[in-house]
Design a protein around this ligand. Structure first.
Ligand code: KIV
Ligand code: ZN
Length: 514
């Protein structure tokens, strides 16, 4: 029996994923995702970029203290202050990593950094040396490696390994490479750099041409990479990063080809995808591989017939292996506080105080009055909502009424508390949701642009809760608000108010790559 090499799964949902416009998360949301990533058994959780803001520093610090089963990583540029901040943030980790990076492509060095290659190399080496004073586990990334010159990459890679980098990441930062080309770059560097055997080679691919997963897999298969940086649902800067679930399942499904395997508990994939989608408000498209609602649905009669006769006629993976199961009825109207608390525990949800648990329980009871069966997904949604309102409560939705009558203009009346003082407004709109948004806006006067309005059902059935995402933009900032309710007009009003609260809050941070 041959033992397979380990492929390290480095999840960057909380860092690169958070760079998606509107995906900014609070400390507690990040903690919840980190706990779920630990349950998924990712090897490394990139928890954030501590130098970007006090909020991110606190989030990385909290995650480093809470997580015991995965390495917690902090991103930093090459400056001393960034590295010291990253070092301080991971101090409480059982296993902590500093990930430092600088751009190496001629374009980035000349136009963005205005530095010579010699200066970049010197900065990289100094950064790695300083980072090693905080931890033995240091990763170096050559940003825009996909468009960098091979000779310079070899030079800098050799130098950072000598300085103590244990992992060397060669990102295709702008998603420009093709699979063979990218795999060749990784292979050539490993072959040419004399000390390449002292480091793990890592890949980090963006999806601008829809090739992030293909490029990452090619680099593993043909280039010898043994770490893949990826995100849940492929979230990330611009078109996103390589999607963790697709990478993991491709490697698991094609063990006949891959010389390595991951340590991921694949049965946690769907739960993690849902959690990230719920918290960020980025819905998962139905035809998304592995985690889309239709990923295991067979529509055509021929396919259904084939699957009934023998599942492998049309299925290459088992739905239950990635955590799909029929909705599990968990609680109902008569369930008490301790049953609710137990279910939260089983779902890995730790609320920050007893008051927050009680508030979530109150919401659960209200929901149970409207909906006979409460599923895990309903509980996840109400906890997200409880946390969202808890942290950004400049505006609070008190009351909403919206009516439509055939042939009549839709009307809405809302009451919103602004810093505790209730204000009432009425408006007309082209539909009931439009009328509600106009009424709320007449109170908030945000003048934000509405970029997106989307509704998804949380579970199935006509009594399912609708989960609404509202994306607002103002002055270059983009935020997503979420709201869930069995009444989609109320869910829409909640989502709009949640987005306004995020706009009003200070979730600003420096972008690492600007
Ligand atoms: O895409 C990229 O190059 C990055 C680096 C910071 C690793 O995200
Ligand atoms: Zn990236």
């Amino acid at each position: 029996m041959t033992t397979k090499e380990r492929l390290i799964i480095f999840d960057t949902t909380l860092r690169d994923g958070e760079q998606s416009p509107g995906a900014a998360m609070t400390k507690d949301e990040k903690l919840r995702i980190a706990r779920q990533l630990e349950k998924l058994r990712v090897d490394v959780i990139e928890a954030g970029f501590p130098a970007s803001s006090d909020g991110d520093f606190e989030a990385v610090t909290a995650i480093a203290r809470a997580i015991r089963g995965s390495t917690v990583c902090a991103l930093s540029r090459t400056s001393d202050s960034d590295i010291r901040r990253a070092g301080a943030a991971i101090r409480g980790a059982r296993s902590g990593r500093i990930h430092t990076f600088i751009a190496t492509s001629p374009l980035h060095m000349e136009k963005k950094l205005r530095m010579t290659p010699e200066q970049v190399l010197e900065d990289a080496v100094n950064a790695v040396r300083l980072a090693r004073e905080f931890t033995d586990d240091v990763e170096f990334s050559a940003e825009d490696a996909g468009r960098s010159e091979l000779d310079f990459l070899c030079q800098i890679v050799e130098a950072v390994i000598s300085a103590g980098a244990r992992t060397v990441n060669l990102p295709d930062t702008v998603g420009y490479n093709l699979p063979d080309q990218y795999a060749n770059t990784i292979r050539l560097i490993r072959e040419r750099v004399p000390n390449s055997d002292k480091a793990v080679f890592s890949v980090h691919c963006h999806n601008d041409l829809g090739l992030a997963v293909a490029n990452s897999l090619a680099a593993v298969l043909k280039g010898g990479a043994r770490q893949v940086e990826c995100t849940i649902n492929g979230l990330g800067e611009r078109a996103g990063n390589a999607s963790l679930e697709e990478i993991v399942m491709a490697i698991r499904t094609r063990q006949d080809l891959f010389p390595c395997d991951t340590g991921i508990d694949t049965t946690q994939i769907v739960a993690t995808s849902r959690l990230v989608s719920g918290i960020t408000g980025f819905p998962v498209q139905p035809n998304k591989a592995v985690v889309g609602a239709n990923a295991f649905a067979h529509e055509s009669g021929i396919h259904q017939d084939g699957v009934l006769k023998s599942r492998d006629t049309y299925e290459i993976m088992k739905a239950e292996d990635v955590g799909w199961r029929t909705n599990k009825l968990v609680l109902g109207k008569l369930s008490g506080r301790s049953a609710f608390r137990n279910r939260l525990k089983e779902l890995g949800i730790e609320m920050e105080s007893e008051a927050a648990v009680l508030a979530a329980f109150k919401r659960f009871k209200e929901l149970a009055d409207k909906k006979r069966e409460i599923f895990d997904e309903d509980i996840q949604a109400l906890v997200s909502e409880e946390e969202a309102t808890h942290y950004f409560e400049h505006y609070r939705l008190v009351y909403v009424k919206s009516g439509v009558e055939t042939g009549e203009t839709p009307q809405a009346r809302v009451v919103v508390a602004v810093d505790g003082a209730e204000q009432e407004a009425q408006a007309q709109g082209s539909g009931p949701v439009d009328a509600v948004f106009k009424a709320v806006e007449s109170i908030a006067c945000s003048n934000a642009d509405l970029l997106l309005f989307s509704v998804n059902n949380i579970t199935s059935g006509s009594d399912a809760q609708g989960e609404v995402t509202v994306r607002l933009s103002k002055g270059g900032r983009v935020v997503n608000g979420q709201g869930a309710d069995t009444d989609i007009i109320t869910a829409s009003a909640k989502a709009y108010v949640n987005a306004l609260n995020k706009l009003h809050s200070n979730l600003e941070r420096i972008h690492p790559q600007v």
